[in-house]
Design a protein around this ligand. Sequence first.
Ligand code: F6R
Length: 614
Amino acid sequence: MCGIVGYIGKQEAYPILVKGLHRLEYRGYDSSGIALLNTAADLNIYKSKGRVADLETYCQGKDISGTIGIAHTRWATHGEPNHANAHPHYSQSEHIALIHNGIIENYVVLKESLKQKGYTFQSDTDTEVLVQLIEYIKTSDNVDISKAVQLALKQVIGAYAIALVEKGNPDLIIAARKSSPLVVGIGEDAFFLASDASPIIEYTKKVIYLDDEEIAIIHRNEQLKIISLGNIEKTPQITQLEMSLGALEKGGYAHFMLKEIFEQPRTLRDCMRGRINIDNNHIVLSGILDNKEKFLNARRILILACGTSWHAGLIGEYLFEEFCRIPVEVEYSSEFRYRHPVIYPDDVVIAISQSGETADTLAAIELAKKAGAFVYGICNVVGSSIPRNTDSGSYTHVGPEIGVASTKAFTAQVLVLIMMALCIGREKKTIPEKRFLQILSELDNIPNKIETILGLNDKIEDLSKIFTYAQNFIYLGRGYSYPVAIEGALKLKEISYIHAEGYPAAEMKHGPIALIDNEMPVVVIATNSTTYDKTISNIQEIKARKGRILAIVNKSDTKVRQMADYTIEIPETEECLDPLLSIIPLQLLSYHIAVKKGGDVDMPRNLAKSVTVE
Ligand code: F6R
């Protein structure tokens, strides 16, 4: 997500701002930019698509002088990530430079009205609309810049954290927030500004967290002034930072993994934003629609991935077969690349990767491309190697996933696959319209249902205490729940170092049932599905051998809860969407067991976040 940094003081602003941008890189972004006011009263803006390092290269040899400036990392919402859309944005006269984090929902109306007044626009962003509006109000109402900001923000519907500087005003930064975070740091003869405290903490521990609808008037030689949108002056409340940099990045959670589990309602909303329109009954995945013929004529879909991403791919298999009637094979990238695989030019290959850097998946993609197949990427890290090496794709847009055990990336991968299958199935007419609409409408409920499951965290923590003794675990599921079972098992083994196996429930009697005794915990996903009754039979087989059953059930369940030793109740949903819900209690269970066992949850032994060697 976008990051904001600002500085006004006695030192050169550029190095402080660039360092601050680096600190915010973990948030995820696709372009960056900087605005500096120098002693000659010039307002210089430099921007670059890509990493902060690209911006630094771009700035080489340019005038980067000045003791006041603002800087930004952009995570694209309105308009593609490019130079024009990167922040800061100039006003029409190039006298004001503005950076913004958030979304201005009524920007179309505001833009139209400004266009009628003769304003022209260089970018597709909502941010440029705001800076133009501020300038228009300043000129037409003949008010100073802080009043113009206040009046402009009163017209804005949406979320924002903003900072701006004005040419000819080298002692002033104005900042404001609503629903997007903004922190002001109070230093010795200096003020700092940032989206979170990480760029500030090495300079000062004294910070002020702006509240919604507050405007900070940050003047070089004066006390910080905070006014509300309603023009009431506020007394700045200074907070002493006590947390370490690392803890700040965890947002108050004990571990990144827990934070990332809890982020999932938001990350799934972010993943759907701009793609699903419930009012118009549309799914717009440009990567699919731009390459519609490839998908409509696909002889086969080949899904290539590793680890958790491979588990998401297995769910994709169920989805594409059910809704698109296209045969699917899901392959471990590492096996596929060395197996002399048969690849047809009319195959569509889907490569799934959180990091976008997994070496085996990259190599498997190269093989598929050489054979002439069309390759589509599902990745999280913007600008990483896999998106750069695929023909098209969709980002999951969940922001940086720092915990090594993948959680929020998995659910977003599954969500992208769901949206893809629905989009292709509708184009192919292999999904009845009524069914499409039912699933689309239920997708909108998923984030709230995840919130409900997260409310069970304390109960799941209590349950976890019962299982810390275990040396082995079995996870069972059928249909869409089978990949969830193996993903649940992987989560447990990665961070708690307990041996865990995931199986399709019906496979138990073909061998693994020999492992069951009264010590063996068996986690069964037994939510409502077409195979619910079959799963009950499988549970009976476990019960007859005295296995200790922890079942994930729906509220309406009456049968499983009578057999299970423990149950976790999750909301009901469409069968194909159930993995988005049923994985959440399994993530929490493995997290709490690992914490109880004293493991390094975020950085478990022997594991790396981005696997760049084969
Ligand atoms: C599991 C996990 C790994 C990754 C695997 C693939 O929690 O994180 O299994 O899923 O290394 O990584 P990506 O998705 O980056 O290609």
